[in-house]
Ligand binder design. Structure first.
Ligand code: C2E
Ligand code: MG
Ligand code: MG
Length: 411
């Protein structure tokens, strides 16, 4: 599956503004957004300025992106009636198709911007196929380099807080791995984790991460910030008895200081051993969270059997929360489901105060996302905790009226 991003620009905005006046011109973007919604049902539509809309959706190939672009042009080929006068809204569309994974997000945004710049220059719509770009990094090559990179200190961690909305406290943090590559610059996990999972590299990388996290956690605890830190745990490792023993050895009696984030897909692959191993971790105090809930295969049967105390709603549903009709329903019912199973709910990918406000009335227990903090290195994270910077994002004044104790999981 590919992720498509189209940038739809109102090319004759300036002319229309002269005709219609400033105030009316500002509303044009809403008309364009609505029309995009109608034409491309299910697409996520977000205005970026008074003349630019971003449209994102999943599709099988670049051809679908071209077809969507042509469909939009067709639907804008008839003039709009503004107060009795007919005006054409002329669109210029630049788009890109990329792979559907976290690492591609920034790439896709950049490729779509490039396509729009080309479209303006050439006076025709342009859709780029970023998934086939030959400059892409070969993940297998990266994985080959991974042991050297760990040795050389090129791998490092960033921490992102999870904030408890009702308690207004940082509840825990998530460790996210990064690679400062000597020639390729910053490499994000989406570029190499999957390939690492197909080789033995993931085991060593995760053991290294656990050791690093334990050190950082101890240091934070000494400074008065005794928070559990969550490590992302690949499914392949959950099925690997040898890795589980090694991890338990690293954790020693410090299991309570860390948590693991696992995806359900990890469990579905080999449920019996995954559940047994998770129980082994839970027994030594490791907190278990279910990551990316809703993004992959979900199975209520397994959900009930996992010793998990936290359910993280995938950011796919959270980033579109206030602009989609469907996502709030999914999020709301997921929160109710998790509470019924006695789990706390974390929403990841919270980027705006509006999303946070809505999650808060829905009874979501914890939030994580750029609104509170981007993932940052340990020094910046210490400062964040020291300054209680999460309170700025929570802005208790503004949200207190929205809170309804009835909705939260009683704990
Ligand atoms: P994840 O565990 O679901 O992590 C959340 C991802 O969302 C992170 O991307 C994070 O930087 C990003 N993010 C956080 N807040 C926001 C927000 O407000 N908006 C948006 N759009 N994104 C946000 P990152 O760091 O690129 O990690 C991607 C994935 O790589 C992670 O997804 C996790 O599955 C995997 N990963 C990261 N570190 C490790 C690791 O040490 N081991 C394993 N096995 N996987 C890891
Ligand atoms: Mg995670
Ligand atoms: Mg996640």
């Amino acid at each position: 599956m590919l992720r498509i991003r189209l940038l739809v620009e109102l090319a004759n905005f300036s002319g229309l503004r002269r005709h219609l006046g400033l105030a009316r011109a500002e509303t044009l973007i809403d008309e364009i957004s609505t029309r995009c919604h109608i034409e491309l049902g299910g697409a996520r539509v977000r205005p970026l300025s008074d003349r630019l809309v971003a449209v994102e959706f999943e599709a099988g190939g670049v051809k679908d992106a071209e077809a969507a672009s042509a469909r939009l042009q067709q639907s804008f080929s008839n003039p709009f009636n503004f107060d009795g006068e007919l005006h054409l809204l002329r669109l210029r569309i630049g788009g890109a198709a990329g792979r559907d994974c976290d690492c591609e997000e920034v790439r896709l945004v950049e490729a779509a911007e490039k396509a729009l710049a080309e479209a303006r220059e050439q006076g025709r719509d342009v859709v780029r196929d970023d998934a086939e770009d030959e400059n892409r990094i070969d993940p297998l090559e990266l994985v080959h380099e991974l042991p050297r990179a760990i040795e050389a200190g090129e791998i490092f961690l960033q921490y992102q807080p999870k904030v408890h909305v009702r308690r207004q406290q940082v509840a825990s943090a998530e460790a996210l791995v990064r690679w400062r590559h000597p020639t390729r610059g910053l490499v994000l996990p989406g570029e190499f984790i999957q390939a690492a999972e197909q080789s033995r590299a993931i085991g060593n990388l995760t053991l290294w991460t656990l050791e690093r996290v334990l050190k950082d956690q101890r240091r934070l605890a000494d400074e008065g910030h005794d928070l559990p830190i969550f490590v992302n745990m690949s499914g392949v490792l959950l099925a690997d008895a040898c890795f589980v023993e090694q991890a338990c050895r690293v954790l020693g009696d410090e299991g309570a200081r860390v948590g693991f984030e696992i995806t359900e897909t990890a469990v579905i692959r080999d449920p019996e051993s995954a559940i047994r191993h998770l129980q082994r971790f839970a027994d030594i105090g490791v907190a278990i969270a279910i990551d990316d809930y809703g993004a992959g295969l979900s199975s209520l049967a397994y959900l009930k059997q996992l010793p998990a105390k936290e359910l993280k709603i995938d950011k796919l549903f959270v980033t579109q929360l206030t602009s989609s009709n469907r996502d709030p329903l999914i999020v709301r019912s997921t929160i109710d489901l998790a509470h019924a199973l006695d789990m706390e709910v974390t929403a990841e990918g919270v980027e705006t105060p509006a999303a946070m406000a809505l999650l808060s009335v829905m009874g979501c227990d914890m939030i994580q996302g750029y609104l509170v903090s981007r993932p940052v290195e340990i020094e910046a994270f210490r400062l964040f905790l020291e300054e209680e910077a999460h309170l700025k994002a929570l802005d208790s004044q503004r949200f207190s009226f929205l809170r309804s104790d009835r909705l939260w999981k009683s704990a």
